[in-house]
Unconditional design. Structure first.
Length: 289
C-alpha cells in the first residue's frame, strides 16, 4: 500500500483500491465455499428489558472463521456478499439456522425468547423474504413468536411498497419487526408512521453520545417519546457503560443490548446465560429522574 491518493484529486495509481479489489475477490472466492465447509456460525447477543431486567431476546450475528483468512468480520464480508448476490444464499442459511436454534432451545426447556435475524436490503431485492422465512419456520417447527427480523432503512430505497407489504405479512404472522441502526444515515421519522415497526433500535453511535453531549440526551428523549406515541418500543444498541444505561433508563428506553451486559456469545454460552437466569440488577432498572 502506497497510501492515500494526493489531495489535488489527480491520481495515476490507485493502490488502495487495487488492494481492496484483490481482497474482495479473495473474500468472495473463500466465502463461496464457507457455507459448505461449515465455516459460518452465529453468535447471540442478549437483549434485556429495562423494566424487569430480564433477557427477552437475542440478536443472531454471523461469524466467519476461514482457515485461509482467519476471522473475518461481518462488517467486511456482508457488503462483499451483498455486491455479489451471495447474501441470498447466506441469508437463507441464517434463517434456517436461527429457526433450528430456537427449536433446540425450546426442546432443552429454556425460557422462551425471541431471536432477531438481520435481513440485508439486497435480500428483499433478490428473493421473497416472507416465503423464505415461512419455509424455514415450517422445515424446523419454530414458532413465528420466537423470531424477529431487523431491517435497515436502506431496505426501503428500492420498491419500498413491496418491502412494506412483506413486512406487514411478517408482522401479521407474529414475527417482530425492528428498524436497525436508527439515528445514522437519513433516518426519517415519517418512516415510522408508514411502516409496521415494532421496535426501533437506536444505533450505537448515538448511544455512545448520550452521556457526552447534553443535546444528544435530549434528542434521545424526544425519539423515545415519539416512538412511544406511535406504539413503538425502543431498544438502545451498543450500551457499554453504566452511565449510558442510567441515562437510557431515565429517558424511558424500553430495552438494551450491549457489551455492558454481554458480548455476543456462542450458542452454548447463550443457553448457559438463559439457564442461569442472568438478569440486569434491579437497582439499575428503576427510573430515578
Ligand atoms: P448490527 O445488526 O447493527 O449489529 C450490532 C453490531 O454491534 C454487532 O457487530 C455487535 O457485535 C456490535 N455490538 C453490540 N454491542 C456492542 C457494544 O456494546 N459495543 C460495540 N462496540 N459493539 C457492539 P457485528 O457482529 O460485527 O455485526 C456487524 C453488522 O454486520 C451488523 O450490525 C449487521 O449489519 C451485519 N450482520 C451481522 N450478522 C448478519 C446477518 O446474519 N445477516 C446480515 N444481513 N447482516 C448481518
Ligand atoms: Mg442488527
Ligand atoms: Mg444495529
Ligand atoms: Mg449497527
Amino acid at each position: 500500500r502506497l497510501g492515500a491518493p494526493p489531495s489535488d484529486g489527480i491520481c495515476f495509481f490507485k493502490p488502495a483500491s487495487n488492494t481492496q479489489a484483490l481482497r474482495e475477490l479473495q473474500l468472495d472466492a473463500a466465502l463461496r465455499q464457507a457455507l459448505s465447509r461449515g465455516e459460518l456460525s452465529l453468535a447471540y447477543q442478549p437483549q434485556v428489558c429495562l423494566g424487569s431486567g430480564a433477557v427477552i431476546g437475542t440478536e443472531a450475528l454471523l461469524r466467519w472463521h476461514s482457515p485461509e483468512l482467519g476471522v473475518v468480520s461481518p462488517v467486511e464480508f456482508i457488503p462483499v456478499a451483498e455486491r455479489t448476490g451471495l447474501i441470498a444464499t447466506i441469508g437463507l442459511w441464517v434463517m434456517h439456522e436461527v429457526c433450528a436454534q430456537s427449536v433446540r432451545w425450546r426442546e432443552a426447556g429454556l425460557p422462551p425468547l425471541r431471536i432477531g435475524i438481520n435481513i440485508s436490503p439486497v435480500q428483499f431485492q433478490l428473493g421473497d423474504v416472507a416465503a423464505s422465512l415461512d419455509q424455514a419456520l415450517q422445515a424446523t417447527g419454530a414458532l413465528p413468536a420466537s423470531i424477529g427480523v431487523e431491517i435497515t432503512e436502506s431496505a426501503l430505497v428500492q420498491d419500498s411498497e413491496r418491502v412494506a407489504a412483506t413486512l406487514r405479512t411478517l408482522q401479521q404472522r407474529g414475527i417482530e419487526i425492528s428498524l436497525d441502526d436508527f439515528g445514522t444515515g437519513y433516518s426519517s421519522l415519517s418512516l415510522l408512521r408508514s411502516l409496521p415497526i415494532d421496535v426501533l433500535k437506536v444505533d450505537r453511535a448515538f448511544v455512545s453520545d448520550v452521556t457526552a453531549a447534553p443535546e444528544s440526551a435530549s434528542v434521545t428523549r424526544s425519539i423515545i417519546h415519539l416512538a412511544h406515541g406511535l406504539q413503538i418500543r425502543v431498544l438502545a444498541e451498543g450500551v457499554e457503560t453504566e452511565d449510558q444505561l442510567n441515562m437510557l433508563v431515565a429517558s424511558g428506553c424500553d430495552q438494551m443490548q450491549g457489551y455492558w451486559f454481554s458480548r455476543p456469545l456462542a450458542a452454548d454460552a447463550m443457553a448457559e446465560l438463559l439457564r442461569a437466569g442472568r438478569q440486569l440488577p434491579v437497582h439499575l432498572t428503576r427510573r430515578r429522574d
